[in-house]
Design a binder for this molecule. Structure first.
Ligand code: MRU
Length: 360
């Protein structure tokens, strides 16, 4: 599909490029990342966003950072390692909720430590190779989630989604949109309803754009219309992504997701959360322990409007994510398979198996 050509992060001719998602759907513009500060800003401002894509960007960002290390680091690999750790901490500070960011930078540091390179040049090569591996693994994980997800869906179904967990939120295919794309290629004829996803409109600007462009039947709705389309009997399944899943199966995703999950339970509609294992964080015990990002109140009151729609100086409350309690999640779709409750035991078993196989 043509949409898959628009990778959120690209590396070519020695240049790191990111698709500036703040300009979508109007303009498709790639911008070059020359420094770790560029990458930090791009993540912070959501030019690159979506948990897996943030992880991929941060991984390449570590390589970019290493291209600008001090003259001392060029000579002394211990200094190189120290500067790499500083870059990891810096990039990790861009956004707190999506665990893929911390996961990716930690993995880059680990790759450097394990390789124990003897020149700065070979250290940079190690970092580049690891970033490529992270990107390729995410692409494969998304495809696998697409296949598992499709096994839960039937042709002609109505599917509601929230935010954007599509191809531009990942290395390729998306997490919860992957089964939609695979189904589309096989003539499933899904009817997708995309919540606009206030306040940054990832549903309207990104999901509706991705799916519409790919020929999927997609209908854009405001966030407060999820209940009526469920009541109308138009929704057979809800599919969403995840930014961090705690050990007990509570999953943080874009603000508004938990409300959709509660509605889905009320209407007896299965609620599927698509969670690559890179997004499962067993060190976070429950949803209460997931750090939630808060963003500028201007996103609610003035942004997107020709003139401010809120009185100047009014208080705002703008959490970027909420946590859907595990009890509302019918199944967790990972690249290793479909996980059902009890999540605490089953997620731990899945991660242990992954560690045994990959040593991660
Ligand atoms: O603030 P964003 O746009 O980065 O939030 C993105 C989401 O909440 C996605 O649903 C989540 O990252 C899963 S992406 C495959």
């Amino acid at each position: 599909m043509e949409i898959f050509d628009l990778a959120p992060v690209k590396f070519g001719s020695g240049k790191m490029l990111i698709l500036d998602q703040t300009l979508l759907p109007g303009r498709e513009v790639y911008i070059e990342m020359k420094t770790k500060e560029d990458v930090w800003e791009a993540i912070k401002k959501l030019r690159v966003r979506g948990a897996p894509a943030i992880g991929v960007a941060a991984a390449y960002g570590m390589y970019v950072a290493a291209g600008n290390f001090s003259a001392e680091a060029e000579q002394d690999l211990a200094v190189f390692g120290a500067e790499l750790r500083e870059a990891a901490a810096y990039l990790e500070s861009a956004r707190p909720t999506a665990v893929n960011l911390a996961w990716a930078v930690k993995r880059m540091v680990k790759a450097f430590d394990a390789a124990a390179p003897d020149t700065a040049e070979s250290a940079r090569q190690t970092l580049f190779d690891e970033a490529e591996k992270i990107r390729r693994e995410d692409e494969a994980a998304c495809y696998a989630m697409g296949e598992y997800g499709l096994s839960l869906l039937k042709p002609g179904m109505g599917i509601l989604t929230h935010c954007n967990a599509g191809t531009i939120a990942t290395a390729k295919y998306g997490t919860c949109l992957a089964p939609i794309y695979l189904g589309q290629a096989q003539g499933y004829g899904f009817h997708v309803f995309a919540d606009e996803t206030r306040p940054l409109l990832q549903g309207a600007r990104l999901t509706a754009w991705e799916l519409h462009r790919s020929g999927v039947d997609v209908t854009l709705i405001c966030d407060n219309m999820a209940s009526i389309v469920m009541r109308n009997g138009w929704i057979d399944a809800v599919v969403v992504g995840c930014d961090r899943m705690a050990a007990n199966g509570d999953g943080a995703n874009k603000i508004g997701t938990s409300g959709v999950a509660i509605l889905a339970k009320e209407y007896g509609i299965p609620f599927y959360m698509f969670v690559p294992t890179s997004t499962i964080d067993l060190d976070t015990q429950t949803g209460d322990d997931i750090p939630i990002e808060f963003r500028d109140g201007d996103e609610i009151g003035t942004m997107w409007y020709e003139r401010p729609m809120a009185p100047a100086g009014v208080k705002t409350y703008n959490p970027s994510f909420d946590v859907t309690p595990a009890e509302y999640i019918t199944a967790v779709i990972t690249e290793k398979g479909i996980v059902r409750p009890p999540y605490k035991e089953n997620l731990a078993a899945l991660k242990t198996e992954e560690r045994n196989v990959n040593g991660k």
